[in-house]
Every structure is written in C-alpha cells, then in structure tokens.
Ligand binder design. Structure first.
Ligand code: DHB
Ligand code: FE
Length: 285
C-alpha cells in the first residue's frame, strides 16, 4: 500500500525563485537562504519519494475573484509553470499522478471534505519555488507531484483545525491506495510576512519560532489557533501557514501512534519581505 512517510514545510518566496533563476544563489544576501536547504536536499536524495502531495496556494495566477475553490486537488497529467507577469519560471513542467490524485479525491470527498478537482492549471511560485529550493536545478523534477491548492488569499480562509483534519483524511486516503508508494506531503507558504498596507514588511521572529516549536511538539493545540491570530501576529500573508497543518495532520504520530524525527529545521530573516521557515519531519522507522 501507499504510505505517507515524511512532511516538508517551507516558505515559497518569489524573490527566492528569481535569485535561483538568475544565478544569484552564491551572492552574500542569498547564500544563507539557499544553504538552509542543503541538508534537506541530501536527505531527499537518500529518502526519495515516489510521489509528493504539494499543498500550496495559487496567488490569483490561475484562480481569481471569478473562482475561489477552498480546497482543490489537481488530478491531471501535467502542469506548466505559470506566467506571473514577468514570464514563466524556466523550470521543468510538473508531472502529476492522476491515478493517486483521483483516488485521494474520491476517498477524501467521501470523508466529507469538498474538494474541487482540477485537470488543467498552470502552477505559480507557491509550488515551483519550494521545488527549486529542495531539488535545485534539474532537467525534470525527480518524481510525480500532486498539487493541492488551498484558498488563503480571499476571506474566508479554512481554519487550521479543518486543515489538520483534512491532512488526516488525506493520510487515510493514501493508506488505502493499493500500490506500494513512498509519499511525502509538503506544506508551503509563510512564515510571517505582510506585503501590503501600513504593516507591510512585518516579520515576527519570536512568533514564527513558537509556530515551529508547536508544529513539532503540540500540533493539535497549534491547529486550534484562530485565523485572526495569524494575521495579527504574522501579518496578512502569514495566514498561508494554515496550509502547514494539512501536512502535519497527515503524519503517522497523529494517526497511528508512530514516532517522528526532526530531520532539519531552518529559520532565516529576511528574504525579500518575508521570514523563511523550513522544517522536515519523518517517521522514525
Ligand atoms: C511574497 C509573495 C508570496 O506569495 C509569499 O508567500 C512571500 C513573499 C513577495 O511577493 O515578496
Ligand atoms: Fe505566498
């Protein structure tokens, strides 16, 4: 059967993608940001997933005010990087996994989560920047990826608790897929950042580190935090962090009494206007 064995969490900052695409990863400003992923890149080579479920948000690139799905699973065969106003990033197209994605859609909808199924979509920095950070420059991504979009752009945004329970439902769905597959689930976005208004540039290092501590050790309590607290403490775009609860809720310690190990934890400010957070959690075999 298929199994979720690890979860990866990371910010998805467009300027990091631009630094990567323009060969600036060795510059003084960017070096510490990219170095924060070195350990995880090595770990991914040794713990290669067969499929990644990548939870991200579209930033009004493919979706817009004309259509706002709360949760959307991409069930199609492939997805191109989006043109976000300055051309599409020069990164490989994303190959999907229609069979597993359709199975997850079927099983999760039967567990009363209303997922939108999307077969054709271009994917923006929310998805492609984490791939570059964790796989570097490659001709093709090393495995199929199932993009899973969450609305964190337009109120109302789903609660952390609902996201956590959705992660549990995704785990059950994956576990009932008959093929032996090593599946990783990624949560992207965050950490504290506000891109607009009088508090633009807000970064809250203490709160971000509290979030990382509790995501590791007290994830159920953390998921109960109301959405308004993210906005107050981590800025208007800090609400992206609710997506991390989907990945956390899908881990074995939550569902099957397994033990977790922290493979890597990284925090750095600033990158562009944003705090960079990154965490890798894996089943302690
Ligand atoms: C920026 C945009 C994002 O979507 C994000 O998550 C972080 C930063 C930006 O435009 O700087
Ligand atoms: Fe974002």
């Amino acid at each position: 059967m298929a199994r979720i064995t690890a979860s990866v969490y990371t910010s998805h900052i467009p300027a990091v993608g631009a630094a990567f695409d323009h060969g600036k990863t060795g510059e003084d400003y960017w070096k510490p940001v990219f170095a924060g992923y070195d350990k995880s890149k090595e770990w991914l080579k040794a713990n290669k997933p067969d499929v990644i479920i990548c939870v991200y948000n579209d930033h009004a690139t493919a979706f817009s005010l004309s259509m706002i799905p709360t949760f959307a699973i991409m069930t199609g065969p492939e997805y191109n990087p989006a043109d976000e106003g300055y051309g599409a990033r020069p990164v490989p197209k994303v190959i999907g996994h229609p069979e597993l994605a359709s199975h997850i859609a079927s099983e999760v909808i039967q567990q009363d989560f209303d997922l939108t199924m999307v077969n054709e979509i271009d994917v923006d920095h929310g998805l492609t920047v984490p791939l570059s950070c964790l796989f570097g420059e490659v001709k093709e991504w090393p495995c199929p990826i199932i993009p899973f979009a969450v609305n964190v752009v337009q109120h109302p945004v789903p609660s952390g608790e609902r996201c956590f329970r959705l992660g549990q439902a995704i785990r059950r769905a994956v576990t009932s897929y008959p093929e032996d597959l090593n599946v990783h689930i990624w949560g992207t976005g965050g950490m504290s950042h506000q891109l607009q208004g009088s508090r633009a540039g807000l970064i809250n290092r203490e709160w971000d580190n509290m979030f990382l501590d509790k995501l590791i050790d007290a994830p159920k309590d953390l998921a109960k935090m109301p959405n308004i607290d993210y906005v107050r403490e981590a800025g208007s775009e800090g609400i992206e962090l609710v997506m991390w609860h989907i990945a956390r809720g899908a881990m074995s310690d939550i569902n099957d009494g397994g033990k977790l190990k922290v493979v890597h934890r990284f925090y750095h400010v600033p990158a562009s206007n944003t705090a960079v957070g990154h965490l890798v959690l894996q089943d302690a075999a």
